[in-house]
Design a protein around this ligand. Sequence first.
Ligand code: SAM
Length: 362
Amino acid sequence: MTQPAELPAPEELVERLSAAMVGAFDLFAIYIGDQLGYYQALGEASATSVQLAERTGTAERYAREWLEQQAVTGILTVDDPGKPAQDRVFSLPANYRDIFLNPTSPMAIAPAAQIFVGAITPLPAVLDAFRSGGGVPYADYGADLACGQGSINRPMLANRLAQEYIPAMPDIHAQLMSDTQVRVADIGMGLGWSSIALAKSFPNILVDGFDLDERSVQLAAANAQAEGVSNRVTFHARNAGDVDFAGKYDFALAVECVHDMSNPVAVLDAMRRLVGPGGTVLVVDEKAEDAFNPMGSESERSLYGWSILHCLPVGMVDQPSAGTGAVMRPETLRAYAAQAGFQQVETLPVDNDSFHFYRLTA
Ligand SMILES: C[S@@+](CC[C@H](N)C(=O)[O-])C[C@H]1O[C@@H](n2cnc3c(N)ncnc32)[C@H](O)[C@@H]1O
């Protein structure tokens, strides 16, 4: 029996799990505040519950409960807690504005709340999947999962993909910077922020994004339009693992999606064919540790959480499935790449707490 001695005492475990429930309430309350425009309204001006309700078209009694919850949990300040409830003025502290109001800030938290809500949306179907061994379609997680997923990666993609991660491949960076037109395929692009970030940074490239999820494709097209790059970025509803999936691209990438795929080898094989012999594919995927360890890190705990609620169920939809899940270890990705016919896999030396950056050479 090799169970480590460091398991917490029963009381400690219960304390930790009870604190987790309070933390979950915080995220759900943030979801409510974000969806109803409460943070936006408070960002414009401090408010009483009456004012907040008026400005957002919501009911005062609910607005008041939310404001009090936000003050008690340490997000909002209140001018005088001794005033009658409806006269208290609540404010969003200036140094919290980025957290709640700036979608491209690395500190933006609303996306985490939204994806969390999305992840539990089809919970009964997830239970069924556990019983049957089947899967839960990505679309069944609803707009919250798709939008939360897009928004959670948006700051990294907007601020670091073209600026730090692509330059870790100097030859690809030079190619994307060149005056000649370069074609990029973005596989499983979700809401399209990776394609949009590349198009904004490299003015001569054309990007095709491919994703199975129709809702994501539509939302991505709207994002490209709003960001002014829809003339060079096109999104397609396609299964990148289809046998007839073809094209000719100078570079292809897949951000945080290979582990979600029922057949990751088929998709990687298609990507290898898209870039041709010697071409480069960049796979950005979860920074799982090298091996299973029962005393795993906080990030490994988080990956397993996402995996049981979402990543494994979506990956089990098409059978037979590789059944990868969020905890895709480097060795697993290397094995998939080898089966898909890649010559080489290099882990890029980039600074990122959440993702590995695998450069695959066709
Ligand atoms: C976790 S999301 C990541 C989305 C996006 N890359 C991002 O970073 O926000 C995974 C995406 O992969 C897509 N996907 C899964 N399997 C696919 C396949 N075989 N072909 C194309 N897209 C796929 C899903 O529809 C989903 O949008």
